[in-house]
Design a protein around this ligand. Structure first.
Ligand code: FAD
Length: 323
């Protein structure tokens, strides 16, 4: 049966995040002839609208209010709720990003919808939408479906392949005037202070080179950054490295940090504690570099290198430079 699907397009620094296109790909799988609508918030979104329509949106609802240029819970909540009321979708999808994780439960609670969060796969089985999500810190997966009512899910970045861009597609674009109740927006973003360097976004990076306590110092991250640069990837870290003050907590991967699913995860000097594995064990290919052959990280690694990271990482960088 056809389903009308609504996707909240996640924007960061004015750019559409890849996970929005992944949500559109998931939407096209489940729509079965229904309308796929994307909604995008904030001013100056012309290019974004084009990208969305080239990647599967049949309709784009824009809310061009400057109060939505930077994410705030209240403003996004108000706008998203009004878009949902207008579109009346059968299925709602958002990225499992800082924005999706914050606004989706609030919407679900307010509209009394169920929410399946952090999904890594979306499929239709015997006409039913089935969502896969990791449980027990990534040790197992559970498949869930919704028995009745609107289906609402957040999708973990980097898991659903994006549809190939079709530049001949053009979506129907509609501007929605939203009304913000008086005193509804209780916070205002005055300044964004960036803790990480510009570059590839860690959550969406195809390659992550991650350092642990084994990097031994802030300077120890430099060879990792060089390798990440050569591979077009981002640098991550274990909490051990963050706690030791070698890097910022913005880089932390794991249960209490970011969850990443890159094509390639290179763990350097990381022991492989369960809390770290929770954030990276679903990476497609895992390479571990560790001096200790008994390190638990090797139990999840596809390729293990027993050795000193300060020798191995520069060697890898030199070899990848030749490719
Ligand atoms: P270590 O365990 O000290 O390992 C360092 C590794 O480096 C060792 O295996 C060593 O053999 C290797 N090594 C040393 N020198 C070299 C060298 N020159 N070359 C190669 N290898 C070398 N951790 C996270 O990462 N993310 C989380 O989100 C997280 N959340 C947590 C939440 C809770 C509630 C708790 C209790 C803990 C959490 N932790 C988290 C911490 C976690 O339990 C571990 O303490 C942490 O992951 C260890 O970091 P590490 O692997 O860098 O350090």
């Amino acid at each position: 049966m056809s389903k009308n699907v609504l996707v909240l397009a996640d924007i960061r620094d004015g750019e559409l995040r890849n996970v929005a296109l992944e949500c559109l790909a998931a939407a096209s799988r489940v729509a079965d002839g229904g309308v796929v609508t994307a909604t995008v918030f904030g001013s100056k979104r012309k290019e974004t609208v084009e990208q969305l329509s080239h990647h599967g949106a049949d309709q784009v609802v824009t809310v061009s209010d400057t109060r939505l240029d930077s994410y705030t819970t209240d403003a996004y909540f108000q706008a998203f709720k009004q878009v949902i009321e207008k579109v009346n979708p059968d299925v709602i999808l958002t990225g499992h990003t800082a924005v999706g994780r914050d606004v989706s439960p609030r919407i679900a609670a307010r509209l009394e919808l169920g929410l399946i969060s952090d999904c890594t796969e979306v499929e239709v089985v015997d006409g039913k939408m089935v969502f896969t999500r990791p449980i027990y810190a990534g040790k197992a997966f559970v498949k869930k479906s919704v028995r009745e009512g609107t289906v609402f899910a957040t999708l973990r970045p980097n898991n659903i392949p994006v549809l190939e861009a079709d530049t001949s597609r053009s979506a129907v674009v509609e501007e929605l005037e939203v009304t913000f109740a008086e005193d509804a927006i209780r916070t205002l973003v005055k300044e964004v202070v960036r803790k990480t360097t510009d570059g590839v976004d860690l959550s969406e990076a195809r390659v992550v080179v991650s350092g642990g306590r084994g990097v031994k110092s802030e300077d120890g991250f430099k060879p990792l950054q060089e390798l990440a640069d050569v591979l077009g990837g981002a640098v991550g870290a274990s909490r051990g490295a963050c706690d030791a003050g070698y890097c910022d907590y913005a880089l932390q991967i794991g249960q209490t940090g970011k969850v990443v699913t890159p094509d390639l995860y290179i763990a350097c000097g990381i022991s492989g504690a369960i809390q770290h594995l929770a954030g990276m064990s679903n990476s497609k290919v895992i390479v571990a570099i560790n001096k200790d052959p008994e390190a638990s990280i090797f139990s999840v690694a596809d390729y293990g290198i027993v050795g000193d990271l300060f020798e191995v990482v520069p060697m890898l960088t030199e070899e990848f430079k030749k490719v």
